[in-house]
Design a protein around this ligand. Sequence first.
Ligand code: PXG
Length: 287
Amino acid sequence: MALKIYLGGKLVDEADAKISVFDHGLLYGDGVFEGIRVYGGKVFLHRQHIDRLFESAKAIRLVIPMTPEQVIDAVEQTVKANNIGDGYVRLVVTRGAGSLGLDIRRTSNPQVIVIADTISLYPPETYTKGMNLVTASTIRNHPGALSARIKSLNYLNNILARIEGTDAGMVEALMLNHKGEVAECTGDNIFLVKNGVVRTPGPDAGILEGITRNAVMQLATEAGYRVEECSLTRHDLYVSDEMFLTGTAAEVVAVVSLDGRTIGSGEPGPITRDLLARFQALTRSGA
Ligand code: PXG
């Protein structure tokens, strides 16, 4: 069925949802985006995603021509118009059309685009058996070049690392930062469990501060686990008891091997399974 797309301040047919070839989103990857889940017709952690979108835009000096409340309304309208029960929203803001050249002063009309559709998830066996990972040789963007905290339309860094994972027969890949520390995966944050303590790299490791990551850290704390943000090496991951990834699409997914080293028992661990159950309860709670 053809989708209704929010574009130019209104819902239009998919076939009519077109933007200029001069848009700097296309010409330079100049723009920001969000990927958001819809559970039971409700946009999950909507406010957090909209806040992050506006923060990403602010960091690249892009003024979104709508208020946060208007963007929330546009997303809700689009979800409703497409009758999405469980699905996915892609919210994109581009710099707008301009002349050929980098100068943002020669652009106008940033485009706010909302697509609401079904979501493609990791294969089901990833959840029962856990995932295998390799470390990509491509490091995460140096924060002095482009902060990983900005969810920008420049995803080539992650795409190049993901290709390495795909070549190795895996659905994700681990990325290190410019200091050789563990950063995150190409579209998911990473956690380990050691002696009952849950650890994850902090924002200063050059990561996207995932909405799922933050929700899982809060759930883990409420459940009584000790949660620490700290610098981690690959060695810490190799000798961990459990490893898992978090992300909008992934939710919580166990990692059972990294670079050929079996992690823990080689099966999804008990704390990982507990946190997945708690996260799934949150998705059903109307949050
Ligand atoms: N790190 C990176 C680099 C990401 O792109 C995450 C972590 C997890 O963040 P959230 O906020 O989702 O918990 C992401 C998110 C897609 C897609 O279509 C990618 C993401 C999320 C949703 C969809 O490729 N990445």
